[in-house]
Design a protein. Structure first.
Length: 276
């Protein structure tokens, strides 16, 4: 039966895909069929159909390779897992209805075909769920690493003055990256003053404060001064409430004030110049 179904799908592929695309386009929450070109839609649709067919008669290795390749693609396209499940359900529903229409499926063999469809679709759902989860987890991890690297860079803004903008939460793993980039950057840029900008840090608790203090101590050990800038009122209140000791820090509410102080430490200042 599996080979017969695979052959039937291949022989009627154009009709199946047309019906399938129409059903998928009716999902108003899914943007893929609204924003992608018809060429991309057709190519992706055929790859999906090939995946569905391969599960019927190809070897396990070939099927798994197709599964991983297709899942990676739809994750990049932004398909939600619910949309992928709908794609499988719609495709199998169309095939079942067409087999009923041409009287391949009858009252006499209906139970047998229901079992065939169950054995076809259920492992596929499970496989896609598992592969999708792994692919998505890997994608999120890569994005996290990229964000960490981008948001933990020491940026020279003036001669001898550098800024490290911190964005997002700071855990132990990220604190280690911040420390490494901070010390490497101080030496590389010959910074005398480093501004740690926590404007983009949503929460400062005792653990975050501990990591920041450690970073500042490390900066001082290599001969530079460290300033904490971007302290919002709610963060200041939290620091006071938790009793976090920042007395060894110079702190400012904004990056601009921090830069002005850093210039003063290096015997410079910002002046207004009138241009004729």
């Amino acid at each position: 039966m599996n080979k017969y179904m695979a052959t039937f799908i291949q022989d009627n592929l154009e009709e199946i895909l047309n019906k399938w695309q129409e059903m998928m386009k009716e999902d108003s929450e899914e943007r893929f069929f609204q924003v992608m070109s018809q060429e991309v839609i057709d190519k992706t649709s055929r790859e999906f159909a090939e995946l569905m067919i391969s599960n019927l008669f190809e070897g396990e290795n070939n099927y798994e390779n197709r599964l991983i390749e297709f899942t990676n693609k739809v994750v990049r396209f932004g398909w939600s897992i619910s949309f992928v499940m709908k794609a499988i359900n719609h495709f199998s529903h169309i095939v079942y209805e067409m087999l009923e229409k041409n009287e391949t499926i009858t009252d006499a063999n209906m139970k047998e075909y229901v079992m065939v469809f169950t054995n076809w679709i259920t492992p596929m759902r499970d496989g896609i769920l598992e592969t999708y989860a792994k692919t998505w987890e890997r994608t999120v991890q890569l994005q996290k690493i990229a964000l960490q690297e981008l948001s933990a860079s020491l940026i020279p803004v003036f001669d001898k003055i550098s800024v490290m903008p911190l964005v997002g939460t700071i855990d132990t793993e990220r604190a280690k990256l911040i420390m490494e980039n901070l010390l490497d950057g101080v030496v590389k840029h010959r910074a005398e003053v480093v501004l740690l900008d926590i404007t983009g840090v949503p929460v400062v608790d005792t653990m975050v404060a501990h990591h920041i203090i450690q970073a500042a101590d490390a900066v001082r050990l290599v001969g530079a001064k460290c300033m904490l800038v971007g302290i919002r009122p709610e963060i200041a209140q939290t620091i006071v409430t938790l009793g976090i000791n920042l007395k060894d820090f110079t702190t400012t509410s904004t990056l601009q004030r921090g830069v002005e102080q850093a210039l003063a430490w290096t015997n410079r200042k910002i002046v207004e110049v009138e241009v004729d």
